[in-house]
Structures are given as C-alpha cells and as structure tokens.
Design a protein around this ligand. Structure first.
Ligand code: GLN
Length: 499
C-alpha cells in the first residue's frame, strides 16, 4: 500500500524503525498535494522548503542517534487561521491576503516541538464562518468523494486534504462544528476537545468563548495522539486549563476490544435524529446504535429539550462575539487598507471602504447581526436570552451525564451537498450545525467518527462526553470506528501505488 494511505501512528512506527525517512515521506506528501490541489483547492499555501527543512533535520537527528519525539517526521497541515511565523495567513479572506504572521501560535510551537513538518495551510470559509467552504475568498474546496460536492465547513480544506490522502493529519478549529461537520461529510475523524485543552493564543478568533482547535485525521488513534501533541497549559491564554486531558492515545486503543461493550451506557437524544435528518443519515445512525447494542452497550433515551433551541442561541452568541473580534480588521490595526476614491479621506471613510471591500457577505451579515444583538435596548432580549439557553444546555447535559457515559448523535443532518445548494438558503446552511453547536455552548468534548455510507457518501456519528473526559470520548469513538464499515474511511480516489 502507498505510504500516503497510512495513518500517522503507522507512519511514526515506520519512521522510528528506519523503514522510511522523513524526507521521502514529506516529498511524497508534497508531490501528492501539488498533483491534487488544482482540482480540490484544499491548500491556500504550500510550504515545500519549510517542510523539507524540518524533515531533513529529523532524519539527521535520527541518524545521529538523538532522542526524538514519537511522531517526529510525520507531515501535517494547518488551517489557515493559525499563526505560523514567517508564513502567509489569510483566514480565507481578502482582508488578510499577503499578511505574514510575525509569531507562532502556541499550537504551532507545540507542532514544531513535536518535529512535524508543516506542509502548508488549508482553505476555509472566510474567518471560519460557514458550513461548506464556499465562503472562502479564494474559491471553494472540492470534496474528494465527488465532483460538485462541498466538503462541509468551515474547515473543508483540512478535511478534504486528509480524506484525499494529501496529508496524514491536519489541524482544524471548531466554533460550532467546523471540525466535526466536514469530518462527517468527508469520512474523516474530527474532534473538538474540552474547551481550554488547547491554547487559542495565535489562532485568529471567531467567537472566543466557543473556539477550540482540534485534530482532523483518518483514524481515532491519530486524533487522540494529535490532541496530546497540541495540548499544553498556556499562560498566554487565560482560558487554558491548568491540566489538559491526558492518556488519550491509550484510551483510543479500546477499539480493539470493541467485541464486548457491556457496562457502557450511551445516551441517544430524543430531540435529535428525527425531523430535518436525511433518511440515509438516520439509517446509518440506527445501524450504529444496533451494533453497539448487540455488543452489550446499554442504550438509554435521554431528553435534552434545550438542544432544540441551542442552534438559535449559537447564532446569537457567536455573531455577538464575532462583531467584537472582527473590529480589529479596520485597515489600521489589521487588514488591507482601501482608501476611498471619491469624497474626503477620513478614518471613518477609509474604514468603511476597507471593511466594505475586503470582507465577504457572510462575515458582514454576522457583524451586523451581532452588533444588533448587543445594542442597548436589544441586549437582554437577544444576547441575554441566548446566554440563558446556554446555561440550560449545560444543565441538560449535566443531567444526562448523570445517567450515561457519553451521548451519541448523527454529526450532521445530511451527507455532502452540492455547491450552491444551501448557500442560497441560509437557514438550511445554518441548520447543518444543529447537532454540533451544543458541545461548543457547553464546552464539552465531541468527536465525529465515520460510521457508514449513504448512497456512497460518508456519514459521521458524533460522540459527546462530559467536560475533561476527552479520554472517554476517544474510547467510545474507537469502539464505533471498530464496528463501522471500513469503506467509509477510504475515499475512492486514485493514489499512485509506488508513492
Ligand atoms: N458552521 C458554523 C458557523 O458557520 C461553525 C463554524 C465554525 O465552527 N467555525 O458558524
């Protein structure tokens, strides 16, 4: 089998055993990226020189018998909203086109410490706002599962790249589902850790109380391993946990023992899985529940009434925070300045011109909505009530977790949809996030695992665990992975056998 199809765990073993070199692996990865990217548009920046330099230094240190971190030499890609010193970071926006990051985000520092060659930056909806990657100013990413299909979003670039064997693993950021929903639509594993596990320092903020960086991979074990690499306490992020979750890779080994699940209590949400879900998605979810039951898991119906209003609360809290975070892109502090061509040039006209020309429609819509929701006279009515719903989501989940170990839901209501299909009907685009947003509102960990196919397209099942129980989340995810149809993890796309 081509090395491009191996998981990060398998590649790391081969590198340690001296069966392959980091340089050969990185070269094959870069060749694959160059050959596929014109069609898929998954990468906005490809860093041949930077990645090869790291790979060669790993090989040299290995040859010299130096101690290396376990995954040294396994290439990785970053979502294009993470600062990597000396490289272009655009957030999928014309506003930042040409901007070079002056420092490393903490996640990038951790990746560099793990000696992973960074092969480039992946495409995304502008400033991470969207569910299809169609809002990127640099054109959409194509889902490798089918011509004309979106990979989901906002992190469609990372998910498509991993699904199409362009890179073994990548980073995403998840504010309301941007790792998990594209995971579901591309047959990849995508995890959003407990809030505070992974530093947000140097990651361009969308909605700070919801944002969390996480892994995009082809296997649950890879996701667990990558979260361990990324997690660290960071004094530069005031919401960073003093002790991030650990023991994740070990927990993911439970998949091999998926034959006997007695003692495992899994909640199925009464309010989720009916209306608004495609039949094929419901069928895969039902099949997963049946297989878990057959192996002895106890399935408990749990009622989470607030889940039905969570999406509405998300679409108030998120834009409120977006309106504040986006204020810095004004052509003075950050962003490509546009001077007005007619009329007087004042700070106000320049900022209006800059924000008017450099930001896309969805970003503007959210800034306006958020500003309105926070305005005096409307604050209690909109933002205040959304915060109350957020508390209810947290309470409902806490109540459910007193009865079950984890909750499972379909990750997304549909399989991969066509370009243009939902971008004209914003409600249907926003409804994509109905199952993923509760975990962000509550700060709990959640992961999407490829669970089965519907009409030849992947369907993901989401596992939600209590806060700080990331290890338990990976354990359950590994069990679902072990019983799922493996073809959901194998995108039918050509890969050269000799690569
Ligand atoms: N699709 C959601 C949105 O448009 C989530 C985005 C994200 O997680 N960054 O807001």
């Amino acid at each position: 089998m081509s090395i491009l199809k191996l998981s990060a765990v398998e590649l790391a073993q081969k590198l340690r055993a001296g069966e392959i070199t980091a340089e050969a692996l990185t070269t094959a990865t870069l060749e694959r990226i160059h050959s596929e990217n014109e069609r898929l548009n998954a990468f906005l920046f490809i860093d041949d020189d930077g990645a090869l330099e790291v790979a060669r230094s790993v090989d040299a240190d290995r040859a010299a018998g130096k101690d290396l971190p376990p995954f040294a030499g396994v290439p990785i890609a970053l979502k294009d909203n993470m600062c990597e010193h000396g490289t272009p970071v655009t957030c999928g926006s014309k506003m930042l086109e040409g901007w070079i990051a002056p420092y490393d985000a903490t996640v990038v520092k951790n990746i560099k410490a793990a000696r992973l060659p960074i092969v480039g930056h992946t495409n995304m909806d502008e400033f991470a706002m969207g569910s299809s990657t169609e809002n990127s100013a640099f054109g959409p990413t194509v889902n490798p599962w089918g011509e004309g299909l979106t990979p989901g979003g906002s992190g469609g670039g990372s998910s498509a790249a991993v699904a199409a064997y362009m890179v073994p693993w990548a980073l995403g950021s998840d504010t309301g589902g941007s790792i998990r929903q594209p995971g579901s639509l591309t047959g990849t594993v995508g995890a959003k850790p407990t809030y505070g596990n992974i530093s947000r320092y140097g990651v361009v903020a969308m909605a700070s109380s919801l944002d969390q960086v996480g892994p995009v991979t082809r296997t649950v074990a890879d996701a667990a391993a990558l979260q361990e690499i990324l997690s660290s306490h960071d004094p530069l992020d005031s919401t960073s946990l003093p002790q991030p979750a650990h023991g994740l890779l070990d927990a993911s080994g439970e998949g091999t023992r998926a034959e006997d699940l007695s003692g495992l209590r899994l909640g199925v949400v009464k309010e989720m899985g009916g209306d608004g879900f495609e039949d094929g998605v419901k069928a895969v979810f039902k099949q997963t529940v049946e297989s878990l039951k057959e192996r002895g898991a106890q399935i408990v119906d749990v009622s989470l009434p607030s889940f039905e209003t969570a999406i509405a609360a998300y679409y108030l809290i998120m834009p409120a925070e977006v309106s504040s975070n986006m204020a810095r892109f004004d052509g003075v502090r950050y962003g490509n300045r546009v001077e007005p061509t007619d009329g007087p040039v004042t700070a106000e006209t320049m900022m209006r011109e800059t924000r008017g020309k450099m930001l896309g429609a969805e970003v503007k819509r959210r800034i306006i909505l958020g500003t309105y929701a926070l305005s005096s006279g409307h604050y209690d009515q909109f933002y205040g009530s959304a915060l109350k719903v957020r508390t209810l989501v947290q309470r409902d989940l806490a109540e459910a977790f007193s009865q079950v170990d984890a909750i499972i839901t379909p990750t997304a209501p549909t399989t991969a949809f066509k370009f243009g299909e939902k971008s004209k009907d914003l409600m249907s685009m926003y409804m994509n996030d109905m199952t993923t947003t509760p975990a962000n509102l509550a700060g709990v960990p959640a992961v999407s695992v490829p669970a089965g196919l519907s009409d030849g397209l992947p369907v993901g099942v989401q596992v939600v665990a209590p806060a700080h129980e990331d290890a338990r989340m990976y354990k359950v995810a590994a069990m679902i992975e072990a019983i799922a149809d493996p073809s959901v993890r194998e995108c039918p796309i050509d890969v050269r056998e000799d690569a």
